[in-house]
Design a protein around this ligand. Structure first.
Ligand code: C5P
Length: 222
């Protein structure tokens, strides 16, 4: 993969609903960076499987990912809890992860020219996808707070789901995402821990911005 030179790369890993997406979007907006929510790709593949059990094969997924447009990842259908569960299941598969890898590399290292760099968030971004990222954040929050936030999001989208179902589902996904063999979620020593349990979105971004600004200033990039 040919890498665009002198770009700003931000890698974020986090368990589900910890606020990583919110922070990633704020970082992108502030520093004019390209955003890829990598979980949405797994959700897209999970949805493909739910919709086309018979057709579903590695080749089918490969072809779909080669043609995938970022705009499709904004589809609200991908926000269902059953899609999230299907995503977590197919995400265990090494062959599927390899197909997604190429797409992610392009977004991380060759973002469209109008952007100064990229932000990717997911489970294996720091550990595998963008190991040489300029900034590495591990964003987390307590399970209860994450379940509450996700429950509120579902309610806003008029999804029929209870708080307990959300809690149970997140717990199951956490376990699977952390314990799987390929691309498990884990915090690396060189990543900065941001715990959003008691922090507002604004306070959290303030912390992240201070870290980014400091390094950019030293590098003469600000
Ligand atoms: O982040 P989100 O909750 O949308 O991700 C859905 C699922 O996709 C996760 O539970 C995880 O299993 C998978 N995923 C992954 N690697 C990533 C991003 C997401 O395995 N980089």
């Amino acid at each position: 993969m040919k890498k665009r030179k002198n770009i700003i790369t931000v890698a974020i890993d986090s368990p589900a609903a910890a606020g990583a997406g919110t922070q990633a979007k704020l970082i992108c907006k502030h520093y004019n960076l390209y955003y890829l929510d990598t979980g949405k790709i797994y959700r897209y593949i999970g949805k493909l499987k739910l919709n086309n059990k018979r057709k579903f094969s590695y080749l089918y997924v490969k072809n779909k990912i080669e043609k995938l447009k970022i705009s499709y990842l904004k589809n609200k259908m991908l926000l269902n809890n059953e899609v999230a569960t299907a995503a977590s299941e197919i995400a265990k598969d090494k062959k599927i992860r390899n197909i997604v890898h190429k797409f992610q590399q392009k977004c991380a290292y060759q973002p469209p020219k109008r952007y100064r760099g990229s932000v990717l968030d997911g489970r294996d971004i720091i550990t595998i996808q963008v190991r040489d990222a300029m900034f590495k954040f591990f964003i987390t929050a307590s399970l209860k707070v994450r379940a509450k936030r996700r429950f509120v999001e579902y309610k806003e989208l008029n999804k029929k789901i209870t708080y307990n179902e959300v809690l149970k589902s997140l717990k199951k996904r956490d376990k699977s995402d952390k314990e799987r063999k390929h691309g498990p979620l884990k915090k690396t020593k060189d990543s900065i821990l941001i715990n959003t349990t008691k922090l507002s979105k604004k306070a959290c971004f303030k912390k992240i911005k201070a870290i980014i600004d400091k390094k950019l200033l030293i590098n003469g990039n600000l």
